[in-house]
Design a binder for this molecule. Structure first.
Ligand code: PNW
Length: 488
């Protein structure tokens, strides 16, 4: 790219020749590496073939909740219950992606996405959760997959992103072991029919979120505030569903299909990077995820987890723990906020560091911005369990996006967030941590669960009245990252 000004022209413009020699080299390098990471000491390229992606989830984008035989999910019930969501927002229409998926695939193509992570609505496939499948439900995803492949985008498919069929909730939902079995049946069915074209399946999305927020805190569907013993049993049924799901997918999918999950493991980050705090963060990573990712990676609950639960510990059999520990091909981590940890003299060896109230966060109050989460998350997971294939299945931020009179959205806070987080991801990858891809959450603004439509996570702005999609500055930034395969 030619420099816009010669030194002499710049000197004239600046009015002082003496200042120019010091300034110009910085200007030139900024111009040849526009904005991506102006102070980077060296090009920050990712390995060839790194999979740049973006993610969405069925209930958050599809709409068309009563179409083509879809049964109701717990999110239909919950969002239609007065007082449960911001402004009473529901996913009835959302991004109308069910009807606009072809347009949305073109948006992905314009970004240069290599891969797209979407989820399947279980109640479209089995409107009652079990029983007779609904062919029209599967047909939608089959058409979506064809459209992605025709545009050179690899589909990564999540089987459960929280929209549990209401019919199953009516029979106890995740409090019942039958739901784990029903999930496996559903997962096997989908894998059988899509694995000719979908090569990567994720069982459950963020067990920690849907169990803790939905069944303990009551802020997400189904809105329950169960006792600790019951929550522990729900948690056990979630990891069991994952394990039985892995087995069912292996039994029904074409050879070569890869299976994993997308978990928001608590991302423990050493408060400062000294050996003692790093060791504490590794211990904390294993223990704070003991009910979820650790159980899956190790096929057992840690002693500390069971001791802490005491009489409230989940009931389980050795066979179930074997199923939970079924070998998987990859681990997906959804990484947003850091959990800072320090070394401590206690038996556990670590302690959480409380967040100062001045700590910077994005629009969602829980979304503290700690870019090192994208370094320590994959690094600790791969060190603890020797994982050979990792993905960042979600990372992104909510922001107070506003349309300016020129019709643009200058979300410089989201750009800064992404640049800083990706710089830390690059640090991990360049040390050899086997992260193979990154999925930005989210492709477009969508239904942010109980927070409704006013919390925007998209890199495309959606006008929910007209359904018009507009790329934000962050989309332009991300497109540039993808085309350079890096940050400089
Ligand atoms: C994830 N928290 O949810 C989900 O996988 C997405 O569906 C969601 O839209 C995205 O992250 C942004 O929120 C989370 O309170 C919800 O810590 C809440 C939390 C974390 C993740």
């Amino acid at each position: 790219m030619p420099n816009r000004f010669s030194r002499r022209e710049f000197a004239k413009l600046a009015g002082s020749a003496a200042l120019v020699p010091a300034i110009v080299p910085a200007l030139v390098s900024a111009e040849t590496s526009p904005n991506l990471h102006p102070n980077a000491p060296a090009p920050r390229h990712f390995p060839t073939g790194f999979l740049w992606g973006s993610a969405t989830a069925s209930y958050q984008v599809e709409g068309a909740v009563k179409e083509d035989g879809r049964g109701p999910s717990i999110w239909d019930t919950f969002s239609h219950t007065p007082g449960k969501t911001n402004n009473g927002d529901t996913g009835d229409v959302a991004d109308d992606h069910y009807h606009r998926y072809k347009e949305d695939v073109q948006i992905m193509k314009a970004l240069g996405l290599k891969t797209y992570r979407f989820s399947i609505a279980w109640p479209r496939i089995f409107p009652q959760g079990t029983g007779t499948p609904n062919p029209k439900g599967l047909d939608f995803y089959s058409r979506l997959v064809d459209e992605l492949l025709a545009n050179g985008i690899q589909p990564y498919c999540t089987l459960f992103h929280w929209d549990l069929p209401q019919a199953l909730e009516d029979k106890g939902g995740w409090q019942s072991r039958d739901t784990s079995e029903a999930f496996a049946n559903y997962a096997g069915y989908v894998a059988q029919h899509l694995s000719d074209r979908v090569k990567h399946f994720m069982t459950l999305n963020e067990m920690r979120s849907f169990v803790d927020i939905g069944y303990r805190d009551g802020r997400h569907a189904p809105g329950l505030t169960l006792s600790p013993a019951k929550v522990n049993q729900v948690r056990h049924h979630a990891v069991l569903a994952h394990g039985l799901g892995v087995q069912a997918i292996r039994a029904h999918a074409k050879a070569g299909t890869k299976v994993g999950l997308a978990e928001n493991a608590e991302t423990c980050v050493p408060v400062i990077e000294t050996p003692e705090h790093i060791a504490a963060a590794a211990k904390a990573y294993r223990e704070t995820n003991a009910g979820y990712l650790t159980a899956i990676m190790e096929g057992r609950y840690t002693d500390a987890y069971l001791a802490h639960a005491g009489a409230d510990a989940p009931k389980f059999t050795p066979e179930e723990m074997t199923a939970i520990g079924s070998p998987i091909d990859f681990v997906g981590l959804n990484i947003y906020a850091p959990h800072y940890v320090r070394a401590d003299d206690s038996a556990a060896g670590f302690a959480s560091v409380p967040m100062p109230s001045s700590f910077p966060h994005m629009m969602s109050s829980w979304l503290n911005t700690g870019p090192e989460a994208l370094y320590w998350g994959p690094k600790l997971a791969s060190q603890l369990w020797g994982i050979g294939e990792l993905y960042i299945t979600e990372n992104g931020a909510s922001a107070a996006d506003t349309l300016t009179p020129d019709g643009q959205i200058y979300d410089i806070d989201r750009v800064m967030y992404l640049r800083n987080y990706l710089t830390q991801l690059h640090r991990a990858v360049s040390e050899g941590v086997p992260v193979r891809g990154y999925f930005c959450w989210s492709l477009m603004d969508n239904y942010e669960w109980a927070d409704g439509y006013s919390y925007r996570f998209g890199i495309h702005y959606v006008d929910f009245k007209t359904q018009k999609r507009t790329p934000k500055l962050s989309a332009h930034f991300y497109r540039e990252v993808i085309s350079r395969n890096g940050l400089a």
